[in-house]
Structure formats: structure tokens, C-alpha cells
Design a protein around this ligand. Structure first.
Ligand code: COA
Length: 390
């Protein structure tokens, strides 16, 4: 027996499973609203700490409120001993950074506020957001045979992450480039990891559990694994005159151009524009402008070719394409792209958890049973057949 009924919607596509004031994605118009502001207004102007405040409080902070948040985050950057100890052991197994982040995030339940399990939601959320860059940077250094760097309490969230990765205080252009990236990807509707966080929060579970589950969802390559391959493509192209023959060959072979097309956006992903401008400013101040120009050229040719090969599909540049350029310009290895995304998105996950907690309703869809209903019981000695888990 198989087949779908009118009620079954594969992938829950188009199903409205929550209401949110956090972000609105309009794929037809190419608009992204975050906390009431168009992305293009917010991302280049706000600090990441302002974004956190906005998402958690539905309003931009006053100077005093911002300072208080900055201080709270800065004092929570240092990892508990148990977390560092775990990271040292995980590094011996060479596990991917996202796995280390997932394992380490769950140890944050050991720290005092989080152990209180919901007594002080604000403190739990702060502890999680503050710890993410420390976990990723410490693990990355351990993987590379270097000791972790103690966090700085003087730097911004973004600048401190770069500092903990390299041991050097980043220049203004790089710190700001990263900050605009973090601002841009902080929330994006009910994507798979955000939905995961909301499902866990809906059971009245704790924030560490919700965030740990969301990391697990984000880790899957279908969620956002394209920036690495998009960058590889640009490097393989190498010089502008090779862009067209290289991508034509891919398209003739039926392959996809990484960093183009989107399930929701049918026009240019607004995040691509914001990140392209941020990358331009960063590369102009402190980077390889030749690479930046090559990327712009590859984009132009790719969009033209996609129009030629897939007319009417409107395949445009997506967020991954300029993510790759920007994060590469910051000196980040491709393996750090998804963990860096998580450093931003954890703020959105938590904001969604807060919203979900307000609804006091468990997220509990149904499944359509398509199995048999009249099987006869067979005693164990009389059973035959191939072993299978399903
Ligand atoms: N390069 C070449 N062709 C592409 C393409 C791309 N990047 N993206 C979509 N297409 C083509 C498909 O082959 C398909 O062609 P067909 O109808 O002749 O078979 C058509 O466009 C529609 O594809 P479909 O998979 O239905 O589009 P989608 O909107 O569901 O897919 C993505 C969205 C993101 C999965 C898809 O665009 C893709 O694989 N992009 C490349 C990977 C990437 O950048 N991912 C990051 C997304 S943020």
C-alpha cells in the first residue's frame, strides 16, 4: 500500500506551523524582514549585539540596554572546564567541527544558570550565545594542534570570535565584515533547524536541548552546505576568461552551479546583495580585490548561463555564494563556514524558542499510516526472511 492522500504534504511544504514576529521571507519579491526592518537597512547598520537584543525584545536597545547586554555576553565567554575537557577529547577523534559544537553545546547544562533549567531564561540564552564562538574557536585550534585562546572581554562578539581563532585582534574591516555576515543570517523564517528548535521548545523542554537539536538539524548537508563547493568552483575557474567554458561544461553535464537557485527565492536572494556589498567593503580595505572581481564576473556569467540553460526558472545568486567569498576573506577555512553560521543562527533559534514558549502548545503533527493492518502473528520459531530494521 502506498500513495499520498490530500492531507499529506511532503516536507510540510507551504504548511504554516507557527506565527512569528522575528522574520518574514518573501521569495517572490526577494524581501527579508527581520524584527520589522528590511534586511538591507538592518544588517549594514546594526551591531550583532543590537540584533540579539532586537530579536529577543522586539525593539532596538537604548545605549544603556545595549551596554548591559554586551557586558553579560562578554562575561560568559569563558568555557566551563568540562566543556574544554570534552573538546580536547573530541579533537583526538578529529570529529567535524559541527559535531564538536553539538557535543559541547549540550555540556552547557553543567553551568550554573543553565542547570537551573529555565529559572532564568535570559541567562541560559546568554550563556549559549556567548559560548558558541568560544567552542568553535577552541575546537578549531585544538584540531590544528594549538592551545585555545582565552576570550577577550573588551572586543565585540564578532571581533572576539576572530581573536579566539587566530590569537590576534582583527582589524576594523574584518570585524565589521563578520558582523554584517552574522546580522544577515541570524534568522530566516521556519527553516529546518529553527523548526527543530521550536518543536523541542514546544514540549517545555530547556533551551540547551532545543539548541543542541537545532545544531543536529543544521549539520545536515541539505540545510546549508553550498558555500564550500561555491568557493571551490571559483578557485577552479581561477581566471575570468575560464568562467564561461567551465560553467558551460558543468551545465552540459547536467550539473548544478553551486551558490545559485533557491527553494524559496525566485528573484535574487536579498542576503546575497547585502553580503556582496559587505564583501566589497572588506576586500577593498583589507583583501584580494582580484578575487573579488573574479567572483563578481563568475556571478554575472553564471546568471546569464542559467537563464540560457534553464529559461523561465529565474535561477539567481543565493546567500551561499557571497557567504563563501566573505568568510574566505576573513581567513576562515571552509570547514568553519557552517559553525560560523551557527554562531549567528543560535540567536534566531533562541528567539523562536521564546516565541514558542508563549504559545504553550505542543507541536504535534500527524502521520498518515500506510502500512498493513491485518498481519497474522507468527511464532518466533516459524519466522523466516531477511533481517531488516524496517
Ligand atoms: N544550477 C543549475 N541548474 C539548477 C540550479 C543550479 N544551481 N538550481 C536549480 N536548477 C535547475 C534544476 O536542475 C531544475 O531543472 P529541470 O527543471 O530542467 O530539471 C530546475 O532548475 C528547478 O530545480 P529545482 O531543484 O526544482 O529547484 P529548487 O528551487 O527546488 O532547488 C536548490 C533549489 C537550492 C536545491 C537548487 O537551486 C540547487 O541545487 N542549487 C545549487 C546548490 C545551492 O546553491 N544550494 C544552496 C541554497 S541556499
Amino acid at each position: 500500500m502506498s500513495g499520498k492522500t490530500a492531507n499529506y504534504i511532503p516536507g510540510l511544504e507551504g504548511v504554516v506551523a507557527a506565527q512569528t514576529r522575528l522574520s518574514r521571507v518573501d521569495g517572490q519579491k526577494g524581501e527579508l524582514i527581520i524584527g520589522g526592518y528590511p534586511l538591507e537597512t538592518l544588517a549594514p547598520n546594526a551591531s550583532f549585539e543590537e540584533m540579539i537584543y532586537l530579536l529577543w525584545n522586539s525593539a532596538l536597545p537604548t545605549a544603556l540596554q545595549l551596554e548591559s547586554l554586551q557586558n553579560k555576553l562578554a562575561t560568559k565567554r569563558e568555557l566551563p572546564f568540562a566543556t574544554l575537557d570534552l573538546l580536547r577529547n573530541v579533537a583526538k577523534t578529529r570529529a567535524p567541527v559541527m559535531d564538536a559544537l553539538r557535543m559541547a553545546a549540550s555540556t552547557l547544562s553543567l553551568s550554573s544558570e543553565v542547570a537551573a533549567n529555565g529559572d532564568d531564561i535570559d541567562a541560559d540564552a546568554i550563556a549559549l550565545v556567548a559560548a558558541f564562538p568560544s567552542i568553535v574557536a577552541a575546537y578549531w585550534r585544538l584540531l590544528n594542534g594549538q592551545p585555545p585562546v582565552m576570550p577577550s572581554t573588551d572586543l565585540s562578539h564578532a571581533a572576539n570570535y576572530l581573536y579566539m581563532l587566530t590569537g590576534e585582534t582583527p582589524g576594523e574591516a574584518k570585524a565589521r565584515g563578520l558582523e554584517i555576515y552574522l546580522n544577515t543570517v541570524v534568522d530566516h523564517g521556519l527553516n529546518a533547524s529553527t523548526f527543530t528548535a521550536r518543536v523541542i521548545a514546544s514540549t517545555a523542554s530547556d533551551l540547551v536541548s532545543a539548541v543542541t537539536g537545532a545544531i543536529g538539524a543544521l549539520k545536515g548537508p541539505l540545510h546549508g552546505g553550498a558555500p564550500g563547493p561555491a568557493l571551490d568552483m571559483v578557485f577552479e575557474i581561477g581566471q575570468p576568461d575560464k568562467a564561461e567554458p567551465y560553467m558551460r561544461k558543468l551545465l552540459n553535464n547536467g550539473e548544478r552551479l553551486m551558490g545559485f537557485g533557491h527553494r524559496v527565492y525566485k528573484v535574487r536572494d536579498p542576503r546575497a546583495e547585502v553580503l556582496s556589498q559587505a564583501a566589497q567593503a572588506m576586500y577593498a580595505a583589507d583583501g584580494d580585490m582580484q578575487l573579488f572581481e573574479l567572483v563578481k564576473h563568475v556571478e554575472k556569467v553564471a546568471v546569464e548561463l542559467l537563464d540560457e540553460y534553464k529559461p523561465g526558472r529565474n535561477l539567481q545568486t543565493n546567500v551561499e555564494f557571497y557567504t563563501a567569498l566573505l568568510l574566505h576573506g576573513l581567513g576562515l577555512h571552509a570547514e568553519l563556514f557552517s559553525p560560523t553560521f551557527a554562531i549567528s543562527r543560535v540567536v534566531g533559534w533562541l528567539a523562536h524558542c521564546f516565541e514558542q514558549q508563549q504559545t504553550e502548545r505542543i507541536l504535534r503533527p500527524r502521520a498518515e499510516y500506510i502500512g498493513e493492518t491485518e498481519k497474522k502473528w507468527v511464532a518466533i520459531g516459524d519466522r523466516s526472511g531477511k533481517f531488516s530494521y524496517v
